[in-house]
Design a protein around this ligand. Structure first.
Ligand code: GAL
Length: 437
């Protein structure tokens, strides 16, 4: 009996607390609407969470995202953020997790997706994304991004995501001291690359660092050779069916790829891209072909200074060309906290948001009106190169050029090629994979 009485008391107390909480919530709501202040900032977000899905965890990857989340929290202290990042460069694991969540109608509030095929052929085609044209209009974003980027995030006249950055994929990062001490010129052509590699090897340095535990860094080398050998138009033609994958220039590219692989580190298959970049940082290797997230890694994680400790140059024979990789975020259909997610997207789309994220990430801002002074020499140089590029080219390894089905097959075939070096086998695999278009 005594216990029953106690329970009753607890029950009454709980009801009281709840009633007062509801009352407090209602009065703060009405206070906000009465004085015309922004109710979203102070109460609407309460108890809601924006879940941000990406693959930005760990060294060189997460600093920018964490800074962006901090900025968002400063502006919206009442909205919780769940950082739902899944480790694995280039989305090796995250893309699979995302796919199963999307198929199970359990989308994150917003997720990292590359502009181009990865966005349009997967999620837009499956009718999983909300058009953001009104969002762009309402937030005065229409003329704030280069048209080429808007095109990458648009399908049949609607815009489906917001680019947070532009990464460059055709870069060689190199150890300056290694080249200086051995009196070797940094190569700009493939012939020079092979000659310099011979000299470096003779000097006891691994010429080219590769970390293809996940196969995409090897695919990224090949895509850069394809861009160089086909030129931007015919490179793009590979994905429209205008140029065949058994074109003689593709064969030549694969042969060259094989030659370059003669100069990689023996333990490439057990390293991820950061481990390969580290070989360059420490002077055990001279060069690595990597997107400029490696610049974020060198500067923020390893505290190296650009143009002192490490240098950068476009991959051979691609000067004036810009391999574009853009990380974008959209609004999936069927999420619960749409308004709060839009608040996050507003911060991500803003000049302040982009200038908080990109200097740490190694990328340049997607917005055309960002503050250049926030970027180091590499960033300024890359902004300049982007604006004056003779042509932009979409990356295969990073989702823009070709649908996921093609990329999966290409990664597998490249992985086999790295050990077997069978040119015909890789070319045939690419021809077969192109049935995915
Ligand atoms: C890319 C992505 C970059 C970077 C890189 C390595 O696909 O666009 O932002 O994270 O993978 O993980």
């Amino acid at each position: 009996m005594k216990g029953e009485h106690k329970l009753k008391k607890i029950w009454v107390l709980t009801v009281l607390i709840l009633t007062s909480l509801i009352f407090a919530a209602c009065s703060s709501d009405s206070a906000n609407s009465d004085d015309g202040s922004d109710s979203e900032d102070s109460s609407e977000g309460e108890g809601t969470t924006v879940e941000i899905f990406s693959w930005w965890t760990g060294a060189g990857e997460e600093d920018g995202l964490l800074a962006l989340i901090d900025l968002f929290k400063e502006k919206h202290p009442d909205i919780d953020v769940e950082n739902a990042a899944v480790a694995g460069g280039a989305g090796t694991n995250a893309k699979a997790v995302l796919a199963s969540r999307m198929q199970g109608d359990d989308p994150p509030s917003t997720f990292q997706v590359h502009g181009g095929a990865e966005l349009n052929d997967s999620w837009v085609a499956a009718d999983k994304m909300q058009p953001l044209d009104d969002f762009y209009e309402e937030n005065d974003l229409m003329d704030k991004f280069p048209q080429d980027l808007i095109d990458l995030v648009s399908d049949e006249g609607n815009i489906y995501s917001i680019p947070v950055n532009i990464h460059r994929g055709n870069v060689i990062f190199y150890n300056k001291k290694v080249f200086e001490e051995n009196n070797i010129e940094v190569p700009t052509t493939f012939d020079e690359f092979l000659a310099a590699s011979e000299e470096l090897e003779a000097a006891g340095v691994t010429p080219l660092a590769l970390g293809d535990k996940n196969s995409w860094p090897a695919t990224q080398i090949l895509e850069n050779i394809l861009l160089a050998k086909l030129g931007p138009d015919d490179y793009k033609g590979l994905f429209t069916g205008d140029v065949a994958f058994d074109d003689s220039r593709v064969v030549e590219s694969v042969e060259l790829f094989g030659e370059m692989l003669n100069y990689i580190n023996d333990d490439h298959a057990s390293r991820v891209w950061q481990d390969a970049a580290q070989l360059v940082a420490e002077g055990d290797a001279a060069m690595t072909v990597m997107g400029d997230w490696a610049k974020g890694y060198f500067s923020n994680d390893l505290n190296l200074t650009v143009n002192e400790d490490f240098g950068y140059i476009t991959t051979p024979e691609t000067e004036g060309l810009f391999m574009v990789i853009t990380d974008t975020f959209g609004l999936p259909k069927g999420i619960e906290n749409e308004e709060e997610t839009k608040e996050f997207l507003k911060v991500l789309a803003s000049v302040e948001g982009q200038d908080t994220f990109n200097p740490l990430k190694g990328s340049i801002p997607a917005r055309v009106d960002a503050d250049e002074s926030k970027y180091d020499e590499y960033g300024k140089d890359t902004m300049d190169d982007f604006q004056n590029a003779e042509a932009l080219a979409p990356s295969i390894a990073h989702g823009s050029a070709a649908p996921e089905g093609f990329l999966t097959k290409m990664n597998q075939a490249v992985n086999i090629f790295v050990t077997q070096q069978d040119v015909d086998q890789l070319v045939n695999a690419l021809v077969n994979a192109s049935s995915e278009f």
